[in-house]
Design a protein around this ligand. Structure first.
Ligand SMILES: [Zn+2]
Ligand SMILES: [Zn+2]
Length: 166
């Protein structure tokens, strides 16, 4: 969805409510490790002060992520506060202001970026996920294998995480 900023900049006192629902197929398509399970909702508002647009709201939805240790998918509910400042004029002093070089703001893209930034660096199904057996590949959260190194040394597990970050 695009927001036409002309609408807002013409009348400075306007505060426009935004309520949208983005279908799973229309967002986060690039990343195969992230599945969107349900519509992503955005509820918020946009208003202008001086020459800056303020876009505030809440993002909610449900993703499925892939655990970096055991490679199983797990549910990841979204509940993100979004606060963006945008401007049609470049601002060198404040790098938190996003420069918009058209009169339409791409809301999907902003929401997508906010979601990506909110995701944990290391995606784990649970803090104490035991991961996969190094030898037979069994998921050690669910089964015990007979491999001698079935119980991965916690230090090794840490090392493994280092190499399998994304
Ligand atoms: Zn896991
Ligand atoms: Zn094993």
């Amino acid at each position: 969805m695009y927001i036409d900023v002309n609408d807002i900049s013409k009348r400075k006192d306007v505060c426009k409510a935004i309520n949208i629902s983005i279908k799973p197929d229309d967002i986060l398509k690039e990343d195969s490790e992230i599945k969107v399970l349900d519509n992503i909702d955005f509820e918020g508002k946009i208003y202008m002060d001086e020459d800056i647009f303020y876009l505030d709201g809440k993002i909610s939805g449900l993703l499925a992520l892939t655990c970096s240790r055991c490679l199983e998918g797990f549910d990841f509910p979204l509940n993100i506060e979004m606060h963006e400042k945008l401007s049609l004029v470049p601002n060198d002093e404040d790098d938190s202001i996003i420069f918009v070089d058209s009169d339409k703001i791409n809301l999907n893209e902003l929401i997508e970026n906010n979601i990506l930034m909110s995701l944990p660096f290391k995606k784990l199904c649970s803090e104490d996920c035991k991961g996969l057996c190094q030898s037979c590949g069994s998921n050690l959260n669910r089964e015990k294998c007979d491999c001698e190194n079935g119980n991965v040394d916690p230090r090794l597990a840490k090392l493994k995480d280092l190499f399998f970050t994304d």
